[in-house]
Design a protein around this ligand. Structure first.
Ligand code: SAM
Length: 276
């Protein structure tokens, strides 16, 4: 939970600086509100967390003796920790621009992490089977995207993959409750700042950098019911809310490949072999 502090909630209008992230890591620590929606009840954030985790689990092929993974913009280790638990053979390294997140990551995962930026991964970091990038590119300047994908491809093994989750333009209208949320003073609690992408934009920049999107997934049911997720988490008994979330997850499974609005888009990306 956030510590008691006097800082106004809209102190982080666009969280694209290391200072803003350092502050957020200090205020919210190792909690889901630190890296997901600050204004969402915990059980709603737990649901969103499980959606992210499940996609990562679906993408990682666990039939290897060692799996080298880089978690870029790793935060406090929200996603690395369950990956380590599910794949004990994973050797996972975190990178984050915030020194405090790096400290928390080390404490939470017992793993390696260093302070660094997605735009400048040191060559000595080596190459990886998977690079996890979840809600990080949204904070980079637009003109850096292609460069960052080129860097990431340079740090992938021949058959390595990038697992990418970023906010999608098509879902923003649901997240802002058709723009009405902006009328409320605590909108910044729901808005994580940063920017959104379209699937076409991601596919184009990945292609220019020498790769291809090989799997894409969407969560339309969760998106359509974003406001109801908030209400359920806030007002329903825990078990009922969980039942509702489970129903949404089932619906999302049915519609995951349809080009319907989505809060986040989920991508599995590989580099073209000729770019090795
Ligand atoms: C929304 S949080 C997501 C954290 C983590 N990926 C997760 O999903 O739990 C964004 C994270 O990206 C980090 N970050 C922002 N810009 C970055 C950059 N240019 N390079 C590396 N990390 C960055 C922030 O410090 C923060 O930990």
């Amino acid at each position: 939970m956030p510590s008691n502090h006097n800082r106004a909630t809209n102190d982080y209008p666009v969280e694209n600086t290391s200072a803003a992230w350092e502050n957020r890591s200090i205020d919210y620590g190792s909690t889901l509100r630190s890296v997901l929606f600050k204004g969402m009840p915990d059980s709603a954030n737990e649901y969103f967390d499980s959606i992210h985790q499940n996609f990562i689990f679906e993408c990682i092929e666990g039939n290897k003796d060692t799996i080298r993974i880089l978690d870029i913009g790793c935060g406090y280790g929200r996603l690395s920790l369950p990956v380590i638990q599910k794949f004990p053979q994973a050797q996972i390294t975190g990178i984050d621009i915030s020194p405090n997140y790096v400290k928390l990551y080390r404490e939470n995962t017992g793993g390696e992490a260093f302070v660094g930026s997605a735009e400048a991964i040191p060559p000595e970091a080596g190459t990886f089977d998977y690079i996890i990038v979840v809600t990080v590119l949204m904070y980079l300047p637009e003109n850096k995207l292609k460069e960052v994908f080129s860097f990431l491809f340079a740090h992938l093994n021949t058959s390595g993959k990038i697992i990418l989750i970023e906010p999608d333009k098509s879902g923003i209208i649901f997240q802002t409750c058709f723009g009405l949320a902006r009328l409320f003073h605590n909108y910044s609690n729901m808005n994580t700042g940063g920017r959104c992408f379209s699937a076409a934009e991601i596919a184009a920049v990945v292609h220019q950098a020498g790769g291809a999107v090989i799997r894409e997934k969407r969560i339309p049911a969760t998106t359509f019911f974003f406001l109801w997720i908030y209400m359920a988490a806030r007002f329903l008994p825990h078990n009922w809310a969980r039942g509702f979330f489970h129903g949404l997850a089932v619906l999302d499974g049915l519609f995951k490949n349809r080009k319907l609005p989505t809060l986040w888009s989920f991508y599995l990306i590989e580099k073209n072999i000729m770019h090795n």
